[in-house]
Design a protein around this ligand. Sequence first.
Ligand code: C2O
Ligand code: CU
Length: 503
Amino acid sequence: VGIPFSLGAAGLTSTGNLLRSRLPLPQPFTMPFQTPPVLKPVRSDADTDYYEITQTAATASILPGVKTAIWGYNGIFPGPTIVSRRARTTVVRHTNHLPVPTVAHLHGGRTPPDSDGYPIDFVYPVDRSYVNQHMNMEHMNMGGSMVGDTTEGHRSYTYPLDQRAAMLWYHDHRMDFTGPSVWRGLAGLHFVRDDEEDALGLPSGPRELPVMITDRSFAADGSLSYPSIDGSLMRTPGVTGSFVAGVLGDVMLVNGTPWPVARVDGATYRLRIINACNARRLDLRLDPQPDGLLTQIGTDGGLLAAPIRHEHVELAPAQRLDVIIDFSNYKPGTAVTLLNDFGDGNMSQVMRFIVGEKADEPFTVPDKLSTAESLTAAQAVTTRTFRFQSGDVSHMKGWLIDGRPFSPNDIAAAPKLGTVEVWRLIADFHHPVHLHLSPFQVLSRGIGGPGAFDAGWKDTIDLRASEEAAIAIRFDGYPGKYVFHCHNLEHEDMAMMANFTTR
Ligand code: C2O
Ligand code: CU
């Protein structure tokens, strides 16, 4: 700790402070690429698949020859991948063997409120003694909902998943403590599949690669270091912290491996990329690129209407990118590097592909991918404005929406289900703004139209410094209380979150 609060150079690309590792780091592109295991249901019936996840402290080997203490879903980081079929209900029963209460949220899920992982709907630890000794009792007594199968130590989350095929992810969401919990390892992938996607015959099986990007730093003892300051302390008068801007690591992990190298066939691949960093923004491109372009087919909320060709793609924390890459364009033996132009040194590199012999005919991306509709401002029944701004920076009072810190009892908006609203979002610094339940489309940035990376159904917008954006949101789903917040997890923990209720 002890790095001064600063919105210096890093502020232009990622709002955060770099935390340096105290251990020797591996050479990039020496460790093999791995994908998280797919979780099997413990049972299935006519319309539902049931899963069990145990949240537990464990030891991982992330750096060569080093043991790293993590918190993991089933003891691994990333957690196991869940694959669901559209409109088949998925039930996940979480058991908490960690020393703290937790909250599991399915990011991008169209989920009833009692299963959405509201920030104070805790899964209490199986072992309550730790909590009694160490937990801030204020948080324990804030009255989260105890709906459903919530007995001590367990909670069942029910996901109807009546929504488009997409790459979702699940992660911890405990009020004021999401940053440290996710940093320690509480994050995993969850795919939804549907017939519309199947009909395209996209590259699948070993030709579809999840790429979960997280930056981390390591302490001298091999553990994942995180500043000791946490969100709740930011609420305490007189307490100041160094990491209010966000925590940036100096090791790039892909699916939990530092700068991995993947051997690929000379064939067409589908990469499902997610920026799961706490605070780091990414600007991705391939080097070399024979045709200079990446073909984007999808985003947070699933397939785009039509493919978009990009030379590079910016990705804010929590955003997803579905991209087709044709490795048959490369000579066998070529090393193709996924670069991050928002980072310097080692952080300008993500992973590498070594292209093998030509295999199969290349896949041709169809001109039309899906029947996704476009929302317009004219459909909106209401326009609301929200300002995402720092509190009193000189006293480090964290981050606010419309001048207010998050409180579970404060309702910022009460949209009606079945309607479309326009929300104007205004930012001081970079804030990746995320809404639960309701996907949206970006209508404009400033006086211009949507940005180059804004197409399709989003659940997170990369709101840039000194920018005003307008989004059209379709409120649809379930009545209840949900949150929207900055997905820079340190900003979220420092209260940049608010409630909306659907009715
Ligand atoms: Cu990815 Cu409210 O979360
Ligand atoms: Cu923010």
